[in-house]
Every structure is written in C-alpha cells, then in structure tokens.
Ligand binder design. Sequence first.
Ligand code: F6P
Length: 357
Amino acid sequence: MRVGMLTSGGDCQALNATMRGIALTLYKQVKDIEIIGFKYGYKGLMYEDYVEMTPDDFKDILNKGGTILGTSRCPFKKMRVIEDGFDKVEAMKKTYKKLKLDCLFVLGGNGSLKSANMLAEEGCNVIGLPKTIDNDTWGTDYTFGYQSAINIATNYLDQIQTTAQSHNRVFVVEIMGHKVGHICLSAGIAAGVDVILLPEIPYDIKQIAKVVKKNVKNGKNYTVIACAEGAISKDEAKLSKKQYKLKIAAREGHSVIVDVANELAHYVDSEIRVSAAGHAQRGGEPCPYDRLMATRFGMMAAELLLEGKFGELVVLKENVVTSIPLSETAGKLKYVDVDGEMVQNAMRMGISFGVKN
Ligand code: F6P
C-alpha cells in the first residue's frame, strides 16, 4: 500500500502530531506501507516534489510545531485556472496516478478541503483532516490548532492587561480570525477583557466608548478590547462586498485595530494603544489538548483508509471522532453562533460586543 500526505494553507500547531497519528497507525496495521510526503502542500503534488518518508520521520514530532512537510497557500479559486499552459488539476492527478497512490491525506482548512473534495470528485481517494487555528470548518466541532491558538491569544491578552493597568490605557488587541471570531471570543472570555469585537457582530464605536467611560467612572482605569482581524463596524456592514474591499485596500496594510483606536479617540480622553498578537498564535508547540485531538483525528483517518472509506473528512461531533463526506463541508464556514450560549451569556455577564446589550 502506498499513501501520500500533504499539509496545505496556513500552518498551525499539531500538524506533525496529526501526521504521526496517521503514520503510526498505518505502520502498525499494514504490513507493507509506503508513505509519500508532498512538500509545501498542493504544490508538491503538482510539481512532483515529494519525499519518501520512513518511521524515523515521525519520531519526536508529537509536540513539534509547524509542519515537517512545509505548506503553502494554493487558493481553490485558482485551482482550475490554467497558468502559463500549466493545468494544476491534471498535474496533481498525474502525480497521484504515477505514484500509484491508494490514498491522499490532506491536512487543511476550508480552501484546502474544497480542493480535496475536487480531487475526490476527480477520482482520487482522498481523506481530509480539519486543520486551522480558526475552528471555522463546517461540520466539525473542533479543528486541531484551535486550542493552542486560544492559549497563546489568552496569554497575550493577559500580558496586555497588566501594562494597560499600569498606564491607565485603553488597548485594542488584534486576534486572528478574518472571517470568523472563534479565537477572539474564546480568548476574550478566558482573559476577562471588557470588549470583544467579532466579524459576526458589527460594532458601534459609541457603544465601545460607553464601556471605556463607564470603566473610568467606576474607578477601573484601563480597558482591554479583543478585536478579531475581521471585525467590522456597523457602517462597514452596510457596504457592498466591493465597497468593503475598497475600504480595506484604502487601509494600506494597517489593520482594523487602528480604525477602532482612531474612531474611539474621538469619544474618549484615555490614552489608546494598539497591539497585535499576530502569527505567534499559529506558532510553537501544540498544547496537550491539540496533541490529543490531532492524534485522535490521525488515527481515525488511518482507520478510514483501512475501511476503504474515501472522500471523507475526519470530524469531531459531540466528543466522538467520526467522519462526514467532504462534499458536505466544502464551501461552508462555521461562524460564531451569535445567539448561542457563549455570546449570549458573555453579554449577560457584562462583556460588551460593541452593541447595545
Ligand atoms: O487561517 C489561519 C489564519 O491564521 C487566519 O486566522 C489569519 O487570518 C490568516 O491565517 C493569516 O494568513 P497568512 O499567514 O497568510 O498571513
């Protein structure tokens, strides 16, 4: 049996732990197993850039961050675009067939899983594993990397709180999450911040200003605002997609935290600073929960192969690792449930989401 694996899209903690889970199960369960590792995601599959892996490659990587195979972003929307005469989909299928693969394991987030589904529809045996710190893959309660990112974001917010307190400052802190706010919501609650701004809940700057003023009035001399990368104001939410894109482009690289800070400065007297937790949220070693989940996902992926169940995505549902068809998840995002328990109870507890509670 010969199988391939690749890691695609933004990296995260526990990619290596997941590959180890697959490999250890297969080495134990299959007498003759060859594992091919494609370098830098789908690029490796397109350009036949791969390594034949050995059991040694999977040693001591359970708690190693990043990905031993490397990764890259190959946007789904460009997959079927022929560039300089190069047909990416045909090239990937050609490599798959040439290497006589029995299965390809794709460790990826939403875009990568859409491509995985496309390859499955093109006749390849594909098994997907849900990777992303964003936890926004539809159909699974958990994506590996998420808990490690929450831990880092929470620690970052904790550290900001002490310096904010010393200086009587307002801090607007950027937390990763362009389209969804899961990390920001979890880390914000875990760090006990005053305000959480999410892409799912357009903010009103006046409501944020109210929190800052109320804090000052109550003798709390500092305010910490956890702001997801993709947070949008009420006015921005009214824009068309095209207008919003133009507005983002006009920011010339600065992020939403600068807008929030500048807008807030019109309403409050406090000194305001911005700070971004940044790519550190994807870095370093996976936390124990991610090691556990990655291993469970990896083991399940290997079992799916042994059962001959392809075109599936490994998922967590009500604390049980199982699988769903890749076609079910492709193209959908799992947003923060604005009416759900976390947001609603956080509001009742007094955390502001930049709207009238
Ligand atoms: O998809 C994970 C993620 O870290 C997002 O939270 C973030 O918006 C994006 O990737 C950053 O991408 P890049 O590494 O390409 O800057």
